[in-house]
Design a protein around this ligand. Structure first.
Ligand code: HSE
Length: 414
């Protein structure tokens, strides 16, 4: 006999993921979940589901006392926020995949959730099908976690893979990522790194209990990566990947950022290709662990939404146990990054900002510097935010390897 709670679902959105969820719910009777109504924006569009399931009136779902779960899968983050907050106020549990909405309203929504004693689950918002949130939430205590670094955006990973492996043009690769349903409807969120920052904001909450807003996380996407950068990576045996990263120093400060990164063969992230995501969890005792899977697309995302729906049958809630910790986000815990910086104008970069320099190359065609720089310097330079300048992480947290940071070795080829 199935003693699990009977779930009656109101679904918002019938796009790539919404339709996937509809199909899975229809075919998986064991879930004890029925789909009562689907709210859509455009009634003219033809849909692969019976017409009587659809409405354009959100209140038909939000005010229906029979519905006890709202599954929110729409694109518009502001509209999603209104739906989710109203649903919670109405005593309904919520499953959402809207990372932008969550990253910007997480603290407030958790407070609302507590006040109304319901669940708010969002595994699909971070790395699609990979159970990153539940793992960070349940398994890793602050004392064990030393870093989280991952490829958390499938579209940029798809584009970077296709550009390097198949020599595809950036626009063509982006178009394919859109056609395959990986990209956001506004793909600048993907390629500028904002989607990765939103996911990192959510990761910070579950990994360390840090309440942050995405605006406070330094980031750089993939739009400024030049063919010469890809060539440099090939020559050195690297793949370029967009990596979201946290590093915890000796104190309670965590440094977090999103940067294109040269990934070498020795890293598990090297083999994360196309729309796949991968997350490396650094643990003080267990060393390194790796989570890998599909991070975007209809069925991988549906799989995480479905897992959250299934968890609601036994009233699962995130406990946010680490929220009581005093770990803070900071840029000043003496964290040094080794970066490759390429730029058009020969004098764009002041080399004195680097703690040490490995390589300098200047010519009429291209210029680059490889060197070690303090995070508090890097993220405060003007050139970091200059779209003509490409900053690629070579190695994070290299302070321990640089014995004399003031010694500068310079190799100059003209
Ligand atoms: N646009 C997102 C990505 C979808 O490419 O990863 C999944 O969050």
């Amino acid at each position: 006999m199935d003693n699990h709670k009977q779930l009656v679902i109101g679904l918002f959105g019938f796009g790539v993921v919404g339709e996937g969820i509809y199909k899975v719910l229809k075919d998986t009777k064991s879930l004890n979940a029925s789909l009562q109504k689907i709210c859509i924006k455009n009634p003219e569009k033809s849909r692969n589901a019976p017409a009587e399931l659809f409405t354009t009136d959100a209140d038909e779902l939000l005010n229906d006392p029979a519905i006890n779960v709202i599954v929110e899968l729409i694109d518009d983050a502001d509209a999603a926020y209104n739906i989710v907050s109203k649903a919670i106020r109405g005593g309904k549990s919520v499953v959402t995949a809207n990372k932008k909405m969550l990253a910007n309203h997480l603290t407030e929504l958790i407070g609302l959730r507590d006040a109304h004693n319901v669940s708010l689950l969002y595994e699909a918002a971070v790395c699609g099908s990979i159970p990153v949130i539940r793992n960070l939430e349940e398994y890793y205590d602050n004392d064990l976690l030393s870093s989280v670094s991952g490829i958390v955006n499938g579209s940029t990973n798809y584009i970077l893979t296709k550009m390097a492996a198949e020599g595809q043009d950036y626009q063509e690769a982006l178009k394919q990522a859109q056609e395959l349903g990986f990209a956001e409807s506004d793909p600048t969120l993907d390629v500028e790194g904002i989607d990765a920052v939103n996911k990192l904001t959510i990761i910070l909450k579950h990994a360390y209990g840090i309440d942050e807003v995405p605006d406070d996380i330094p980031y750089c996407g993939i739009t400024q990566i030049k063919p010469s950068d890809i060539q440099y990576a090939k020559e050195k045996g690297y793949h370029i990947r967009l990596v979201a990263q946290t590093i915890q120093g000796e104190d309670e400060a965590v440094v977090a950022f999103v940067l294109p990164t040269f990934v070498g063969k020795e890293s598990q992230l090297y083999n994360v290709n196309n729309e796949f995501n991968g997350v490396l969890i650094g643990s003080k005792l267990a060393d390194e662990q790796f989570l890998y899977g599909k991070g975007a697309g209809r069925f991988p995302t549906s799989s995480a939404v479905l897992s959250d729906i299934a968890a609601l049958r036994y009233d699962y809630r995130y406990e946010y146990k680490k929220s009581k910790s005093s770990v803070k986000l900071a840029l000043k815990n003496n964290t040094f990054l080794k970066v490759y910086v390429s730029f058009d104008s020969r004098d764009a970069i002041d080399q004195a900002q680097f703690a040490s320099i490995d390589e300098v190359y200047k010519s009429n065609g291209k210029n680059y510097i490889v060197g070690v720089i303090d995070v508090s310097v890097l993220f405060n330079t003007e050139w970091f935010y200059d779209k003509q300048v490409s900053v690629i992480l070579v190695e994070a947290n290299v302070a321990h390897k640089v014995s004399n940071l003031s010694t500068k070795e310079e190799v100059l080829y003209i």
